[in-house]
Design a protein around this ligand. Structure first.
Ligand SMILES: [Zn+2]
Length: 74
């Protein structure tokens, strides 16, 4: 069965929590928001000051999705 290409809203909020945790602790392993495998690969593709774009890739479940995070107001 092919994995869903995009994140559900639940997976998206989990991913946001984990990305925020990684910013505090860059060496921490990230677990996949879909299958929980601790080896989630995150590529930071941020190009604009307005938002951050992360590509999430998991070899456990085949997740490969991008996640756009609007920059928070200071
Ligand atoms: Zn996974």
């Amino acid at each position: 069965m092919a994995p869903e290409p995009s994140l559900t809203s639940e997976e998206m909020s989990l991913a946001l929590i984990r990305i925020a945790a990684r910013q505090r602790e860059p060496d921490a392993a990230l677990s996949c928001p879909r299958c929980g495998w601790e080896g989630l690969f995150v590529i930071d593709r941020s190009q604009r000051p307005e938002s951050d774009v992360y590509v999430l890739s998991c070899s456990g479940c085949g997740l490969d999705a991008s996640l756009e995070v609007p920059a928070a107001d200071p």
